[in-house]
Design a protein around this ligand. Sequence first.
Ligand code: TRP
Length: 332
Amino acid sequence: MSEKKVMLSGIQPSGDLHLGNYLGAIKNWSARADEFDCYYFMADMHTITVRQNPADLRRRTLEQLAQYIACGLDPEKNTLFIQSHVHQHAELGWVLNCYTMFGELSRMTQFKDKSAKHTDNINGGLFTYPALMAADILLYQPDFVPVGNDQKQHVEITRDVAQRFNNIYGDVFKLPEPYIPKTGARIMGLSNPDSKMSKSMPEGCVFLMEKPEDIQRKFKRAITDSDTENCVRYDPEHKPGVANLMSIYSAVTGKSFEEIEREFEGCGYGKFKPAVGDAVVETLRPIREEATRILADKAYLESVYHQGAEKASYVANKTLRKVYKKIGFVAR
Ligand code: TRP
């Protein structure tokens, strides 16, 4: 095995990927493969804590995998797999359930939010979700877990559970650190520049697979600012809409804010917005085409997730055996 530090992250295939996911996270992943031993999985087991349409779940899981590859995540350099294909997740998840406290789980923000949102389906899985997530992580003994801010609490509980387990049985688990990447832009909604771009606000959200004309329309309608200045200037506090468009333009073209200000000097928003739209369309075009091509190549996609699951199971199994032995299960 390599000497590289290990990194692991899971993504729920519960929605279509968008520009915020791409510029904020995925785009930077491919570069990490040289430095880290990276595992990325589709967290399908987590999605069913909220009711899913089976056909949609299946389609999205494969689409996301295809899109990740299209975004530059090389399956030869990264371990890409589907969570439910690696049964050790469910197994360690059960064990860790027995080492995770009711009180701890009750304090989880995501549980509180989701149970408030889905009052008709506050199920046990939604409550014990952090124990499964801890298993997802600890199976691979990662050094780092790249997550958004909303998931930091889950990495913290993972560390607490791992520590508790280690205190009883000796050093079984490595304690992972949350990894908040330095690079990566925080992209806000086009129609709501004060909150993160999100699929729940589809008018302000540009999806990776969206048609160019739809993307253009969304940029043309993007909220700029209520000021009368009509000038492309980076001022996130007073001009959050323009600042967001500048961040997007900068992320896709590599231009600095000063260069952008110069480029659009005297132009006004009417010219700026479609220019950002064009740049985004051209950035997403090859990704969309490549993802479509990969998705149509079922044999290839299958080989990727087979190979990923095989590699992941091998690593996960080592940890699970150790855990079973420590807690007193008879070896098979
Ligand atoms: N809970 C994460 C989310 O909702 C997804 C996830 C599941 C995850 N297991 C993980 C992330 C393990 C990092 C590591 O986004």
